[in-house]
Design a protein around this ligand. Structure first.
Ligand SMILES: [Zn+2]
Length: 333
């Protein structure tokens, strides 16, 4: 065993049943059907067994509803970091005006803070959506980091799949054409950095969702589950290869989980359109456990706030100039 394991982070986007139905344009989402009462106790048990503390990104629309309060509160009580995942969970959030996003974020925070008693310092946009407008508002609200970028070339492919499997009108498709990013997103940095917005150095740190260095293919747990449908051996090899490339390129990985990594066809049948939903929850949890065993063998796994702290500290010690990136306003395509 290694003496000093390098740090890596782990987070979970608490996407609820209704948000998948909404994105998929399925009727019935308007009553906000929830699986948090099943999912949250299950994932908290799992994380406790693995001795992990992670970051949960919570959707404001779930925090506002009484039926979800106990589940959301139990996440904070278990000592996990609480982050904001917007109020309405709309993957086209990067097209919002400044006022629209200001309203969405204020409302999300109000209810997340009320239920959890924690002040979020981290944000993740739904569907990896981000704009300079979003960053400016986050900065005003005192956020220390954003974790909404997925540096992959697969974005346009994901969008094609989304269009194929949803019941959107041509007008809706047009309004969502920037969904899942552009091809050039694949060239974004993999390591954390600080944003430079409108030519000024800003305090906000970006922690990208790590994709496989060089190849820029996603390797978060949902992808590993998807590959395991074809070959479980290949799935584990793919994950090990991704981590190996992270070490080679000295990239600190930030891995991502979703509720559907723990929920199977035995739990919900409305989401059958989602990849790997033909697996049972037991099969999925076993594989997620194997993946996190590999992750934990190689890294000390922490919530995102620790990842950000380590990044800022490293910059102080080395006294080197922190890295910044400029973002142009991407509101207009
Ligand atoms: Zn989400």
């Amino acid at each position: 065993m290694m003496k000093h394991k390098p740090l890596a982070s782990l987070s979970l986007d608490l996407d609820n049943k209704w948000s998948y139905m909404k994105t998929h344009a399925d009727p019935g989402w308007e009553s906000f059907p929830s699986y948090l009462d099943i999912f949250v106790p299950r994932v908290l048990d799992f994380l406790e067994k693995y001795g992990l503390k992670i970051t949960f990104f919570i959707v404001g629309q779930d925090a506002i509803l009484e039926k979800n309060h106990a589940a959301i509160q139990s996440i904070a009580d278990a000592g996990h970091e609480i982050g904001t995942h917007s109020f309405n969970h709309e993957p086209w959030l990067h097209l919002y005006s400044e006022q629209e996003f200001e309203d969405d974020l204020t409302r999300a925070e109000e209810h997340i803070v009320r239920v959890t008693g924690k002040n979020p310092i981290g944000f993740r946009g739904p569907g990896y959506s981000l704009s300079s407008t979003v960053l400016r508002v986050l900065l005003r609200h005192g956020y220390q980091y954003d974790a909404s970028t997925l540096p992959t070339f697969l974005g346009p492919l994901a969008r094609a799949y989304y269009y194929m499997t949803t019941k959107l009108s041509p007008e809706e498709k047009e309004s969502r054409k920037l969904l899942y990013g552009k091809l050039r997103d694949g060239f974004q940095p993999l390591r954390p950095y600080r944003w430079q917005i409108n030519g000024e150095e800003e305090k906000i740190v970006e922690v990208p969702v790590t994709t496989m260095p060089i190849f820029r293919l996603p390797f978060h747990v949902s992808y590993i589950l998807y590959i395991s449908r074809f070959s479980p051996i290949l799935a584990r090899l793919y994950f090990r290869l991704a981590l190996g490339l992270c070490r080679l390129t000295r990239t600190t990985p930030s891995l991502l989980l979703h509720p559907l990594d723990f929920l199977g066809c035995d739990d919900i049948d409305e989401l059958a359109f989602f990849p790997a939903m033909d697996l049972t929850s037991e099969q999925k949890i076993k594989l997620v456990g194997e993946v996190l065993d590999i992750y934990g063998e190689q890294y000390k796994v922490e919530p995102l706030r620790e990842h950000v702290r380590a990044f800022l500290q490293e910059k102080t010690i080395s006294a080197s100039k922190p890295k910044f990136r400029t973002i142009e306003n991407e509101q207009t395509p």
